[in-house]
Design a protein around this ligand. Structure first.
Ligand SMILES: *[C@@H]1O[C@H](CO)[C@@H](O)[C@H](O)[C@H]1NC(C)=O
Length: 230
């Protein structure tokens, strides 16, 4: 009996070790999916004069991903690859294939005064910046707090440091999008810009996102799944 109990413990330990090893291997896999050729294949679509060309890099992305171990994890390998395809589809759409760092139109301050817990700093504007064009004081504030920069006082940091830029995109993703990934790509569009694009509001933009998603799924060798539109 004693030896069988000991055997159970050994098997349990072994099982846990295998589970941990699988998690670890998976955690290292984002870089093996987002290869140089995948990343640069997107960036090469941007024109030579684009401000984002020398800003967004694969190494900045991978460095940022290190802080978000849940990204592209938690499900099957297929789901992980779909999440990566979805992330880069939205990034492609939001930045014009890594052309733009900041929103073209910089008039609006995107300050919601009804969010007193994230007070806007004088003269600062919270228009879209970075891979997912994070916007509004109530995103800059908590993103800065979690990432470790002054999001309200220095929103321009997002447009100056590519690792911070990717971290804001991944911060937004993990808080708003990651949780709906299993519902299909349409749900991710709804989470990012549903108010303006879903339910017939802007089918062209919504479908443009779907197009990138399908293209990247194909490149990564996964089926895109169902419920792609919103
Ligand atoms: C501003 O915040 C208020 C309170 O949370 C919210 O009801 C409103 O929709 C927000 N406005 C915008 C433009 O996001």
């Amino acid at each position: 009996m004693a030896s069988s109990a000991a055997m159970s413990r050994v098997l349990l330990t072994l099982g846990l070790a295998i589970l941990c090893a699988a998690g670890l291997a998976a955690a290292q896999n984002v870089g093996s999916v987002v290869t140089d050729s995948f990343f640069n294949g997107i960036k090469n679509q941007a024109g030579g004069g684009c401000e984002g060309k020398d800003f967004y890099t694969r190494s900045a992305f991978l460095s940022a991903v290190n802080s978000y171990s849940g990204f592209a994890h938690g499900g099957s390998e297929t789901q992980g690859k779909r999440e990566i395809a979805a992330f880069f589809a939205h990034v492609t759409h939001e930045t014009g294939s890594f052309c733009y760092i900041s929103e073209i139109k910089k008039d609006d301050s995107y300050c919601n005064a009804s969010k007193p817990e994230w007070p806007c700093a004088a003269g600062k504007k919270y228009y879209g910046r970075g891979p997912l064009q994070i916007s509004w004081n109530d995103n800059y504030g908590p993103a800065g707090r979690d990432i470790g920069f002054d999001g309200l006082g220095n929103p321009d940091a997002v447009a100056q440091d590519p690792v911070i830029a990717f971290k804001t995109a991944l911060w937004f993703w993990m808080n708003n999008v990651h949780g709906v990934i299993s519902q299909g790509f349409g749900a991710t569009t709804r989470a990012i810009n549903g108010d303006r694009e879903c339910d017939g509001k802007n089918p062209d933009k919504m479908n443009a996102r779907v197009g990138y998603y399908k293209q990247y799924c194909q490149q990564l060798g996964v089926d895109p799944g169902s419920n792609l539109t919103c």
